[in-house]
Structure formats: C-alpha cells, structure tokens
Design a protein around this ligand. Structure first.
Ligand code: SF4
Length: 412
C-alpha cells in the first residue's frame, strides 16, 4: 500500500455524511487527485448509459460518488481462474486495488483476505448477518450442478448450496466474468461438471451479468457505484449485461476495420498481412458478432493491451453463443454490421476533366493572370521595377512621347 497524505477539508469528501464513500476517503486521507483520476476513467469507461457518469466533469462525478454509501460486498469464487480478480488488481494510476477497498467494503474475498479456514467462514457469516438485505454479492466462476454439485465444495458444502445461502440475503447479485455469466470455460464441451452461471440458480433477485474473459474492471465498479449511489442498476440487455458497456460490437470500433473494408486480411499468423496489422477476420476473429467495449477500453492501462491490439483474433468471450463453443480460429459469417459502402471512401474517385470544364478552368486562369498583371502595374511604387514586366520605358517613349522628367526622376 502506498502512503497517502491526509488533507482533510480539501474536498467535498471531507464534509460527506458518515457511512458514505466521501467520509471514508477523507478519514483514510486518500488524495483527491487519485480519486478524480479514477472518476475521469470511470467517465471514459462508461460515457453513456450510466446515471452516475452522466456529468460534465470528473469533479461532478466525484461529488456524486462521495455521496454514495460504502456498500458491503461479498465476493465468492467458484470454478474460475481468478482472472477477473486479477484484472481488477492490475490497474494502476490510481492503484485500483487500493482504491476499491475504499469505495466498497469488501467483507469477504477468498483471494484477497488474510483469513483462512474457520476465521474466513466467520467473516462471511458475520457480514451476512450484519448486512442482511443490503450487501451486494459478486460471483466469480461457474457453479457445478451435475451429480448434486459434488465437484466443488466449500467448508464441506456444495458450491451450489453456498451460492443459494449467500444470495438469499443479498440486495443484488453480480456475475463477473463469462464463467459466472453462463458457465464459461468449465461449461465447454464435454462440460464434465454441468457448469452453469449465477442466473441458472439464483431466482427472485436483481442479477447483472458482466461477461468477459476477463471483463473490464470499470464496468463492475460503475455498476456497483451506481447501485451504492441511488439503489438502481444500469439498464440491462436481454442477457442482463449493462448496456453502457455492451451496447456496441467490437467490429464497429476496431482499429483494423479500414483494412477489413478494403479487403486486406491476415491469412495466417506471421504473414505479411499479419505483420502489417491487417484485419484478423480470416483468422477467426469474432469481433463482428461480439458486444463489448474492448476496442476502445484497453486492459491494464496499457495502450493496445487487448487481443486484437496484439494480433490475436477476438474469441467472442462476452457472447454465450460464441466463446468456448465456436472453435477459436473458425471463421463466422458477417451480418448485421454497417456495410462498407456506408462509409466515405478513403480515395474518392477522380473523374478525368471534361472539355467544357477545361475551357472554363482555362478562362478563369487567364482572367486571373490578366488581373494580376494590371494590378502589378497599378500598384507598383517603384519605377523601373524589373520585376514588373514593361515598367522600363522604351526608347521610343523617351524620345517622342511625353518623356518629360519629373523632379527626382532619374530616368535617362
Ligand atoms: Fe477488427 Fe476482427 Fe472486425 Fe477485422 S473482423 S475489423 S480484426 S473486429
């Protein structure tokens, strides 16, 4: 943990009522700058569709977040690789792993908590008892249902029973990652454990799915903070995914899209097209059918740190019908995308100049040249200016014209 400078009173957070995020931030001396940076990133991650970030400035978002109560969160792990937790911990500037502990009250998280065994169980049940009906349950990993759920047990109980028990008193349940959303990798054929997602087991509770392998951590935080602020969840699609994060497909905003439209494809890994950064569709990219914000919100705060950014085709990890079901390199049909013809061409066609147009252009050019000559004659203040054609008087003009010299006239 970094040391922080306590600066009470330097923000609205210091005046926030007890029990709110603002009061907690002030008490812990979290620098306002870190908090503002976090709020700015939240605005970028959720520019539309999240009531919390529907503000003009990061300072306005910070004021709203500071007013939210510090929500108790219980985080359960089932059949998972812990990648969703890892992506949450790998963000920096500000250190989200540190900041998240200020924004929420993470009462139980098997990977992060120091307690183990009976003391960990005690922490879980204490939080459930003290916050009954008020805590948010976050689930990471799929739940094995086959053979009465014997393939995973926690404290001697099948995972499915643990989930039912903890979800029963939760205010809302969030399935983070593709495994918790619908089964993910453990549910891939032949699915030996009968892996399912949260909403196959929990009924009668508000459920949000945040699929991805892993998902963007700001999607989780935006959802949790909005719920903490006003008790509402963001608008969801038909798969319970927050629309603010899953309302567009990868293909629409992919940096390789122009290559796709121009017919430039990598055809095998390492070929010229692949090295040139061309479209990965022929290598099995599922971007045209995958709803997620990865193409505009990269991971670990490293530019281009996302599959297509490093030359790997999108596997469609946010789509139940694609990820871990359709082979990774299998080409899928393209449908339902903006047709390439709808975009302005990169090189607009140039018609050869027609004869009438050439005549008109020639006339205009001639007129301009003539006007320039007249102007140069009229406005030249230097006599005998060699740069003005015809300015030097001819011999005839000096002999027979009005060749009279004016004062100061040094003409011969
Ligand atoms: Fe990008 Fe994949 Fe679409 Fe190609 S097919 S433009 S790599 S999303």
């Amino acid at each position: 943990m970094r040391s922080v400078t306590k600066r009470p009173g330097d923000s609205a957070a210091a005046r926030a009522p007890a029990g709110t995020i603002g009061a907690h931030l002030a008490r812990c001396g979290v620098p306002r700058r870190d908090f503002l940076v976090f709020c700015a990133k939240l605005m970028v991650a959720a520019p539309f569709g999240l009531a919390l970030t529907d503000r003009a400035r990061a300072a306005d978002v910070a004021r709203e977040v500071a007013k939210a109560r510090r929500l108790p969160v219980i985080w359960l792990h089932f059949q998972d690789c812990t990648g969703c937790t890892e992506t949450l911990l790998r963000t920096s500037s500000p250190d989200l792993a540190e900041l998240i502990l200020h924004l929420i009250s993470l009462d139980y998280h098997e990977t992060l908590m120091a307690a183990a065994g009976k003391s960990a169980e005690a922490a879980l049940h204490t939080s459930m008892r003290e916050n009954a009906g008020n805590y948010v349950l976050v689930v990471e990993g799929s739940i094995p249902r086959k053979d009465d759920g014997i393939y995973m047990k926690l404290a001697g109980k099948p995972a499915v029973a643990v989930l039912e028990e903890v979800a029963a008193q939760a205010a809302a349940v969030i399935g983070i990652g593709s495994c918790a959303a619908w089964g993910g990798i453990p549910s891939a054929d032949p699915d030996p454990t009968g892996a399912v997602g949260v909403d196959a087991i929990v009924k009668g509770k508000p459920i949000v799915n945040i699929p991805g392998c892993p998902p963007n951590p700001y999607t989780l935080l935006g959802t949790v903070l909005q719920y903490a602020r006003d008790g509402t969840l963001p608008e969801l699609d038909d798969q319970r995914r927050p629309k603010f994060a899953y309302d567009r497909d990868i293909h629409e905003h992919c940096p390789r899209r122009a290559h796709c439209d121009a017919g430039r494809f990598a055809r095998q890994f390492g070929d010229e097209g692949h090295r040139q950064g061309w479209c990965l569709y022929q290598l099995g990219c599922k971007g045209p059918d995958t709803h997620a914000g990865c193409s505009t919100r990269h991971f670990n705060e490293v530019v281009d740190a996302w599959p297509i950014g490093i030359g790997a085709p999108c596997i469609g990890c946010t789509e139940k019908k694609l990820a871990f079901r359709v082979p990774m390199f299998q080409v899928i049909p393209i449908h339902d995308v903006t047709p390439p013809d709808a975009y302005a061409p990169i090189h607009p066609p140039q018609d050869p100049l027609s004869i009438p147009a050439a005549l008109v252009a020639g006339g205009v050019a001639g007129a301009l040249l003539g006007a320039g000559y007249v102007a140069s004659r009229k406005f030249s203040t230097v006599r005998n200016d060699d740069s003005v054609p015809g300015d030097r008087p001819s011999a005839e003009a000096g002999a027979g014209g009005n060749g009279s010299k004016e004062e100061g006239d040094e003409r011969p």
